[in-house]
Design a protein around this ligand. Structure first.
Ligand SMILES: C[S@@+](CC[C@H](N)C(=O)[O-])C[C@H]1O[C@@H](n2cnc3c(N)ncnc32)[C@H](O)[C@@H]1O
Length: 340
C-alpha cells in the first residue's frame, strides 16, 4: 500500500501502540536486567467531585478544590483512597516525576514513541498522576485540548503550573466513561495496578476515539533474572505479585498484550520493547543516565510499591515490609559495585 492510501486507510481505524519498559537489575557482574478556559467536557467534571458553582457546572480546572479530596494516611504514607496501592505524598510525587524523565530519556526526549499527527485536537491522559506528561503535551501542542484525569488530585501544584489548554478532572477510569466529545489520542501510562477491568477500559477507549485515533499504553516491570530465587529482590517481586493478584489486579503486564487491544477493535498495533538498566554500571551515556534514574526510582519506590499491597492484601506487618525493603535496598546497592 502506498503512503497516501495507507494514510487514507488509517483514517477509518483506531490504532494502538504499546511501550514495555523492562527494568532489569544488574547483579553479580551480569546484566540481567494546566485552566481559565471552558473545557468541552466541563459538565462531565461537574459530576465528578470537583468544585462546582451554584449551577453544578465547573467553569474551569482552576476550580479544582483540594477540600474535595479526602486523603488516607497509613503507616506513615499518604494515599488517595482506601484501595489504590501507591501513595500520593510528596516523596511519591518526586519519584513519579523522575520516572517521567526516565520515560522521556528512553524515548529520546519525545512524549510518544512515534510522531503525532498535525491534526491532533483532543487528548486524554488517563490516571495522569502528577500531570507531567499531560502538561508537557499541552505545552508542545498549545492548540490541543488536553484532559488529564485521575481518581485523586495527585499534586495540586500541577494544576497551578499547567498551561491553559490542560484540564485536570477527577474521574475513575475503571468506571463508565462519560466524556462528551471523542478524542484523537488517548494516553495511558503506569496504570497496571490501578485498573481492574482492562477489556472494558480498552472497549471504552475505542468508543471514545474518533476514527483514525490512537491509543498509547506504556508500563514497566521489574526483573532480577540472575539472582537466586531466595534473593530478597526475588522474594520482594513474588510478594508483590501475590498481593496484586489478591487485590484483584493483573499481576503481570497482560494488558500490554497486543491481543488485548485487538479484542477491543484496535488495528495497526505496534509494540516498543525498551530495556532499562538499573544502576550506574552502563558505559554508554544514555543507558548510564537511564540506569541512574531507574536506580533512584527503584530504591525510592520499594516502600511505595509494597507497603500497602503487602499489609492490606496479604497480611504482612508494616515492620516486616520495611525490613524486606531495607534488605532489597542493600542487595541492590551491593550489586552496584560489581563490574558490568
Ligand atoms: C503510577 S501513577 C502514574 C501516573 C501517570 N500516568 C504517569 O505515568 O506519570 C498512577 C496514577 O493512577 C491514578 N489512579 C489509580 N487508580 C485510578 C483509576 N481507577 N482511575 C483513574 N486514575 C487512577 C493514581 O491516583 C495515580 O495518580
Amino acid at each position: 500500500m502506498d503512503e497516501a492510501s495507507s494514510s487514507a486507510a488509517n483514517n477509518s481505524i483506531r490504532q494502538a501502540s504499546i511501550t514495555n519498559m523492562a527494568a532489569k537489575s544488574h547483579t553479580n557482574g551480569q546484566i540481567v536486567e494546566q485552566r481559565g478556559q471552558q473545557c468541552s467536557d466541563c459538565s462531565h467534571v461537574g459530576s465528578s467531585g470537583l468544585n462546582e458553582d451554584d449551577t453544578g457546572q465547573v467553569g474551569s480546572t482552576k476550580s479544582l478544590s483540594e477540600d474535595a479530596i479526602k486523603y488516607v494516611f497509613e503507616n506513615g504514607r499518604r494515599y488517595c483512597n482506601d484501595t489504590y496501592c501507591l501513595p500520593n505524598d510528596e516523596i511519591e510525587q518526586t519519584r513519579q516525576s523522575i520516572l517521567h524523565q526516565l520515560y522521556l530519556c528512553a524515548l529520546d526526549g519525545e512524549l510518544t514513541p512515534y510522531p503525532l499527527p498535525d491534526s491532533l485536537s483532543r487528548v486524554l491522559d488517563l490516571g495522569a498522576g502528577s500531570g507531567d506528561w499531560a502538561i508537557a503535551i499541552g505545552e508542545e501542542y498549545p492548540d490541543v485540548e488536553v484532559i488529564a484525569t485521575d481518581i485523586s488530585l495527585f499534586d495540586p501544584q500541577s494544576v497551578s503550573i499547567a498551561p491553559p489548554n490542560v484540564y485536570f478532572q477527577i474521574d475513575d477510569a475503571d468506571g463508565k466513561w462519560t466524556f462528551h466529545e471523542p478524542f484523537d489520542f488517548i494516553h495511558i501510562r503506569d496504570l497496571s495496578r490501578a485498573i481492574s477491568d482492562w477489556p472494558t477500559l480498552y472497549q471504552q477507549a475505542f468508543e471514545h476515539l474518533q476514527p483514525g485515533g490512537f491509543i498509547q499504553i506504556s508500563d514497566g516491570n521489574l526483573s532480577a533474572n540472575s539472582l537466586p530465587p531466595n534473593s530478597y529482590f526475588n522474594i520482594f517481586i513474588s510478594a508483590i505479585r501475590s498481593a496484586t493478584e489478591v487485590a484483584g489486579y493483573i499481576p503481570e503486564l497482560e494488558h500490554l498484550r497486543p491481543s488485548a487491544l485487538a479484542a477491543a477493535g484496535f488495528e495497526n498495533i505496534r509494540t516498543y520493547d525498551i530495556e532499562v538498566p538499573i544502576g550506574t554500571w552502563p558505559t554508554e551515556p544514555k543507558r548510564k543516565t537511564m540506569g541512574k534514574m531507574a536506580l533512584i526510582v527503584l530504591l525510592e519506590g520499594l516502600e511505595a510499591m509494597s507497603l500497602r499491597l503487602l499489609t492490606k492484601y496479604i497480611g504482612w506487618t508494616a515492620e516486616d515490609v520495611l525490613d524486606l525493603c531495607e534488605k532489597v535496598k542493600m542487595e541492590i546497592v551491593n550489586c552496584e559495585g560489581a563490574p558490568g
